[in-house]
Design a protein around this ligand. Structure first.
Ligand SMILES: Cc1cc2nc3c(=O)[nH]c(=O)nc-3n(C[C@H](O)[C@H](O)[C@H](O)COP(=O)(O)OP(=O)(O)OC[C@H]3O[C@@H](n4cnc5c(N)ncnc54)[C@H](O)[C@@H]3O)c2cc1C
Length: 405
């Protein structure tokens, strides 16, 4: 049994703490705020067994031109936001080319397909069934061409990864989601994914489970992590091992220990809206670059990617998303005065960092889950915990790959 500090109590940190605790380790989480109130709070709530390929940067000439000219709503940027992470963005673009993307997808797909299997026992033990729906989500398609492409994707995902999907025409969609009032061509029902009506609440429930099983959560700043003899110390709490699971804040800490992490920070926004008759499933309207998720607080409209160092007061993607949502549904006023914002911690090669920090005994990295950290936290936590216990880690996820360039 070892003493382990886990830095950060998002989905990734709390899942790590639970996995290590289950192996008999004495685990303390150091979190500066409240568990599950940052990126793991603000997402669309999808536990995505269908997301078998990591999110690639759109590289078709038309899409790139649209992004460059500031049109469209998939990716927005400001010169300052782009320049501050240009190297990482260019590497991300290179890794979005077909051969590299296929390579990353082999590993990514294996991780993603374990996600409901890993969340399931935690949800049950945490008593969080009341915020989980196991009915998948719906992706809308507005044109026959999009519908054809969706059919091919569903077929490919089914044969290569065993993903369950049902293509629906307009009538079938209407029967499943009667509150949709715009005519669309059809939809894909990704039926084996799950979704959560309160993502921050799920992390809080996992954190409470960790405490109930004897784990300790210390409210403190992990930014001062340092070594004292053979121990790692953060905010005066010390242990033999430390795991950096600080989501988008992780590179600031690892850099001090010689691991420079070129992260792409993809900002997203969400806001909740009152709704009398919410849909039964989350609705992905990728044509308008939004996901509309029925949550406890109302209909959550979550946006795509923005490369900006500072949040905007009136984000164009959210404004557009709200317009699109109002065409689809009868929705009411916003619930909050201000939108929420946070940054997806994306690695340029699209794979999270899971394993030893090179040249630093007993320092571990566990972050960089990009668009699917809410889904993947409990999956990669098992991999990290196995490696800390002396079993082999996953070579493709090792932080040492950054040193090799
Ligand atoms: C708009 C949007 C939609 C998304 N939709 C989905 C989705 O549907 N499904 C999905 O799987 N993923 C989704 N994601 C991605 C997902 O939310 C993230 O990948 C995931 O939440 C990252 O979790 P994390 O634990 O690494 O980071 P976080 O949740 O950010 O946790 C990091 C923790 O570290 C703490 N911390 C930071 N600095 C310090 C410090 N100095 N000392 C102590 N503590 C500190 C923070 O307070 C925080 O609690 C979405 C993201 C966004 C932005």
């Amino acid at each position: 049994m070892a003493e382990v500090l886990v830095l950060g109590a998002g989905m990734v940190g709390v899942s790590t703490a639970l996995a290590l605790q289950a192996r008999g380790h004495d685990v303390t989480i150091v979190e500066r705020g409240v568990p599950g109130r940052e990126t793991s709070y603000g997402n669309a709530g999808l536990i995505q067994t269908e997301a078998v390929e990591p999110y690639a940067m759109p590289l078709a000439p038309g899409a790139l031109l649209q992004i460059a000219m500031g049109r469209g709503y998939d990716v927005k940027w400001t010169p300052q936001g782009l320049m501050s992470q240009l190297g990482a963005v260019l590497t991300y673009a290179r890794n979005s080319l077909p051969a590299a993307h296929r390579r990353a997808s082999v590993t990514w797909g294996k991780l993603i397909r374990q996600s409901t299997e890993r969340h399931g026992p935690l949800i049950a033990a945490a008593g969080a069934d009341n915020i989980i729906r196991r009915n998948g989500y719906i992706e809308l398609h507005r044109t026959p061409a999009k519908m054809d492409k969706a059919r091919q994707t569903a077929e490919r995902f089914r044969s290569e990864f065993g993903v369950e999907a049902r293509l629906m025409d307009r009538q079938e969609l209407q029967a499943l989601e009667p509150s949709i009032r715009t005519r669309v061509e059809g939809a894909t029902h990704w039926s084996d994914s799950w979704n959560c009506a309160d993502p921050g609440g799920l992390v809080a429930a996992y954190a409470a489970l960790f405490q109930k099983r004897g784990g300790r959560i210390v409210n403190g700043d992990a930014g001062d992590l340092h070594r004292k003899g053979a121990a790692w110390v953060a905010d005066e709490v010390s242990a033999e091992h430390a795991v950096v699971a600080l989501g988008p804040w992780s590179p600031m800490v690892t850099e001090r220990f010689g691991l420079r992490v070129p992260m792409v920070y993809k900002r997203g926004y969400h806001r909740h809206y009152h709704m009398e008759m919410p849909p039964h499933h989350p609705i992905a309207d990728f044509g308008n670059s939004v996901v509309l998720s029925p949550m406890r607080r109302g209909l959550r409209i979550a946006t795509a990617a923005e490369l900006t160092p500072h949040p905007r007061l009136s984000p164009p993607q959210l404004k557009h998303g709200e317009r699109a949502a109002r065409e689809l549904f009868d929705i009411g006023a916003p619930v909050e005065a201000e939108p929420w914002t946070g940054r997806r911690p994306c690695m340029p090669d699209m794979l999270p960092l899971v394993g030893r920090v090179p040249d630093q005994p007993n320092l571990w990295a566990h972050f960089g889950h990009g668009h699917q950290g809410f889904t993947l936290g409990p999956v990669t936590a098992e991999i990290l915990a196995d490696e800390l216990d002396g079993k082999p880690g996953w070579q493709e996820l090792q932080p040492a790959r950054l040193k090799r360039g």
